[in-house]
Design a protein around this ligand. Sequence first.
Ligand code: CP
Length: 354
Amino acid sequence: MVAESLDTQSLDAAAPAPPIAESDRSPARAPFDDLASDWLLRHLLDVDTLSRDEILRILSTANAMAEVLERPVARTPALRGVTVFNLFYEASTRTRSSFELAGKILGADVINVSGSGSSVEKGESLVETLNTLAAVGADAVVMRHPASGAPWLAARTIDGHIINAGDGQHAHPTQALLDAYILLREFGDLGGRRIVIVGDILHSRVARSNIWSLTKLGAEVTVVAPRPLLPASMTAGAAEKEHPLSLPNVRVESDLDEAIVGADAVMALRIQSERLSGKLLPSSAEYARRYQLTAERVAQAAPQAIVMHPGPMNEGVEIAVDVAHSSQSRIEAQVSAGLAVRMAVLFLLIRGGA
Ligand code: CP
């Protein structure tokens, strides 16, 4: 379990009546809604502004949501009467489907709007689209957009709760939260744990948000990439490193074979060809030779090390097929955890006090 155990009683006040678990019968337990009673964050735009306690609070609420998912009828009315829009201007399988399911399990009305097939194709601006969603009653908008910063504009534009489901190459907070959930479930505490993130760091919103959350949780993060795939703040001098937009301090390596020795977890990232401007790499074969997560390389990590990948994967490029499907892989578990974590985020933001 992640962090302390939490209560799930009374979430189902008006739900179909699944058998009540013994753990839910205790009169000492607070109502489920109390989980959100003193939650004050209105939006989830990134993890950089979350405190360690706020991160752990989301993850412990995800524990409560995971218990709900184990019930015979995994449905609750916790967000009944709430309307959530999934506004996706970029492709997604995992994030979009898990937010949709999360909202539906919590009893919300969930409406999917994508760039293609909507009035965006007729030239409607993001602001106009947001105003339209607000006008039809959006309580929350989960948005993915290719422009870094778009969710911050959304939060200034409408009254509803905004959840960033990935903005450009900037941030992907719920991915970082679900990754932290998996790591805490595995290790209990991340203090001093060595986590290696290898791949296209430059274009990766997953890497950025993970660096924030994992360092806040006490992990020692090493990023590994060929120099053209590192952000300037990781390759340039101290002046750039002290820039207010810089990431927290991490170890930067170009040699995966050195960096992986003794690591507790290794996270591979896809080369984001859609964001590459010009040719930054000689070839994917050469990249795979130096940076692919192979069984031989994983064998150099700690004996209990786990392998992660946010997906989508290019098996045979950044990760070998046998590693992706090995007993050390937590890649499917990451996808599953996304549901409970996204339920927790929707619930806390919408039922919290802000
Ligand atoms: N990890 C992730 O964001 O996957 P999707 O693009 O499928 O949502």
